[in-house]
Design a protein around this ligand. Structure first.
Ligand code: DMJ
Length: 673
């Protein structure tokens, strides 16, 4: 608006704001005057001409704009400061942790763009989930997903964690080298005694997560397929005639009960998982979910139910990630605890899992040494998983007590221990067979499980192996096979149970974990003997017990078999040791020996209508006398170890991550502190 027009119209109304800026004042009367004083006076006059309201509004606007100006200046300053700081932080990180930036991309996948061609990554961004195609009613927790369908998601989740862990691990690795000490000797794990020449090649492992999830699956070979066929055949018999019962009687097409807890089914769960038998696994899982009930008035043997049921449930939980198995494990674990309520804390052999009472066998107050010292891996793991110390406390106490006991002979233990006094009984008899065997096995395996820190366990194990060398080793004639005999009140007996054949595998596992080199040598000699216990017999199957010839006699082999000992119960120990020997040496002869054994099981123990049977006479190929019973450990152990023996995939139950319980159920090795 021009001021001339305003002047013509009279003074501006006071009820609205009007700012008049025009040339007339600036020019003035009498010509152009643009001096500073004149301009100041003119502005002041104009200001004075404004109404009070107009002046207030102008002052308010001025004040408001000033405040805004100050605020925006401050925040821009902050932003600028943070930009400049960030770039200097980045430079510092690179200087302080050299290689960190380079190392990560080498181990982990490159940063992922939300690219349309990689739909996977979009799942991770915090966007609204897409609408489901149809609304599903019912509680979401009933929509159980099979765990193997979630692996990609798991991988990504784990990758994030792995970044943090790698940085941490990098620091730790540089400062710490784990050292194993035995009687003052220092053994570095790196110097373990694996024959270098024919060792299986271990693939480059960037990190456990990536290695397992991104590695090409190793194809299953012919021999593994033969094991799957054997398993399916055994399972068919169990399913058709013994479903939900303890053991199959394949000839009479029925079943036998021991505890009435579906022993074969539970023992076989993780084998099915390892063999990849998903349909069978799902079916068995349903039975566990719907029909496995521990609230039963039944007496169970503490050791047998721990290694088969608790061990089987725990390992299946670890492999599948399905919490159903952990819940069941907790249930049976709690129900077994009354066994430890004894005057000495050495547990009773039997527990009534419904009533919560425990007792020793009717005829004695003794327990078997192997039984009370071979439940530790399982109860310790249960404590770790549940956070409830009581399980571990109870079993650790047993080990500590046995560690201090007198009555050992150079580390070798008697076979019985009294639940009242806590002392060994029946002193003077020493064996690595029945009633003592897994005591030695669990000394080593607990030490491994706990991160190789519990020195008392290692001491007892090393001392015991020295005891074996000193008192129990002998050589047979004519082939000079080294075997482990027994000692009874100073007299050596050349008797060896098939059960002792766990020993080569255990010795090899110890050597792999950095123990003495001569343990591996002994393992190699003993596994040859165990193989000969099969090879020198007419059916190619080992009897339960053999006697070795100490003196050469014309026409006699190394191995003699007494009529009472010539049965075969489909036991796993030799195949178990063959598996360890192959893993640690890569020598194919061990696979070939196992293959011969599988073929002989098929030839003499396979029942055409389903299942396998124990036999009474390994010396009579034309009539091996079937006993009409398939033990649960045939599926839990023997076939599992066969499958693993024929595999060249060292990550199929990696022995640096898992330790097998004495029923072949793999449990995780705790991360060393
Ligand atoms: C299994 O129950 C276990 O391996 C145990 O340690 C010994 N006996 C059988 C197998 O022979």
């Amino acid at each position: 608006m021009y001021s001339g027009a305003v002047a013509a119209a009279g003074p501006p109304r006071r009820d609205f704001i009007s700012v008049i800026l025009g040339p007339e004042e600036a020019v003035g009367v009498g010509g152009y005057n643009n001096s500073k004083a004149w301009r100041r006076r003119s502005c002041w006059r104009k200001w004075k001409q404004l109404s009070r309201l107009q002046r207030s509004v102008i002052l308010f606007l001025f004040a408001f704009l000033t405040v805004c100006g100050v605020i925006s200046y401050t925040s821009m300053g902050e932003a600028w400061k943070s930009i400049t700081n960030k770039s200097s932080d980045d430079q510092r990180t690179e200087q302080e942790i050299p290689g960190l930036k380079l190392a990560n991309p080498a181990v982990l996948p490159a940063p992922q763009k939300a690219d349309a061609s990689h739909g996977d990554y979009r799942e991770l961004s915090p966007q609204k989930p897409p609408k489901p195609p149809h609304v599903r009613r019912g509680p979401s927790n009933l929509q159980i997903k099979a765990p193997w369908r979630d692996t990609r998601l798991k991988t990504r989740h784990d990758t994030v964690r792995a970044v943090e862990e790698l940085v941490e691990a990098d620091k730790v690795e540089k400062t710490e080298k784990s050292i194993i000490s035995w009687r003052g000797a220092v053994i570095e794990p790196d110097q373990s005694t694996e024959p270098p020449s024919s060792k299986i090649k271990e693939p480059e492992k960037p990190s456990s997560v990536e290695a397992e999830d991104q590695k090409e699956p190793v194809p299953i070979n012919e021999r593994q397929l033969a094991v799957i066929d054997a398993f399916r055949h055994a399972w068919k018999g169990y399913k058709d005639f013994a479903w939900g019962h303890d053991e199959l009687k394949p000839l009479s097409k029925s079943y036998s009960e021991w505890f009435g807890l579906g022993l074969t089914l539970i023992d076989a769960l993780d084998t099915m998982w390892i063999l990849g038998l998903k349909e069978e696994f799902e079916e068995a899982r349903k039975w566990v979910a719907n029909d496995l009930v521990f609230d039963k008035n039944v007496d169970v043997n503490l050791f047998e139910s721990t290694i088969r049921i608790l061990g089987g449930l725990l390992s299946t939980y670890h492999l599948s990630g399905d919490s159903l198995f952990l819940e069941k494990a907790k249930d049976i674990g709690n129900r077994l605890m009354p066994a430890f309520k004894t005057p000495s804390k050495i547990p009773y052999s039997d527990v009534n899992i419904g009533r919560g009472t425990a007792h020793p066998p009717r005829w004695t107050s003794d327990s078997t040494v192997a039984e009370v010292t071979s439940i530790q891996l399982e109860f310790r793991e249960l404590s770790r998983l549940t956070g409830d110390e009581k399980f571990q406390k109870a079993v650790d106490e047993v080990m500590k007590h046995v560690h201090t006991l007198s009555g050992k002979n150079d580390g070798l233990v008697p076979m019985f221990i009294n639940t009242n006094s806590g002392q060994f009984t029946h002193l003077g008899v020493y064996t690595l067979g029945a009633r003592a065997d897994s005591y030695y096995e669990y000394l080593l395996k607990q030490w491994i499980q706990g991160g190789r820190k519990e020195n008392e366990l290692l001491e007892d194990y090393m001392r015991a192996i020295e005891g074996v060398k000193k008192h129990l080793l002998q050589r047979s004639e004519p082939r000079k096979l080294t075997f482990v005999g027994e000692l009874a009140h100073g007299h050596f007996s050349a008797k060896m149970d098939h059960l002792v054949c766990f020993l080569p595998g255990t010795l090899a596992l110890g050597a792999h974990n950095g123990l003495a080199a001569d343990h591996m040598k002994l393992a190699e000699t003993l596994i040859e003997t165990c193989y000969q216990m099969y090879a020198q017999v007419e059916t190619g199957l080992s009897p339960e017990i053999v006697h070795f010839n100490l003196h050469a006699q014309k026409g006699h082999k190394d191995v003699e078999i007494k009529p009472a000992d010539r049965h075969n119960l489909l036991r796993p120990e030799t195949v178990e040791s063959l598996f360890y020997m192959y893993r640690f040496t890569g020598d194919k002869k061990y696979q070939d020996w196992g293959w011969e054994i599988l073929q002989n099981f098929n030839r003499y123990t396979r029942v055409p209508t389903g299942g396998y049977t124990s036999i009474n006479n390994v010396q009579n190929p034309s009539n091996p006398e079937p006993r009409d019973k398939m033990e649960s450990f045939f599926l839990g152990e023997t076939l599992k170890y066969m499958f693993l023996l024929f595999s060249d995939d060292i990550d199929l139950i990696n022995l640096d991550k898992y330790v097998f319980n004495t029923e072949a159920h793999p449990l995780p090795i705790w991360v060393p502190a």
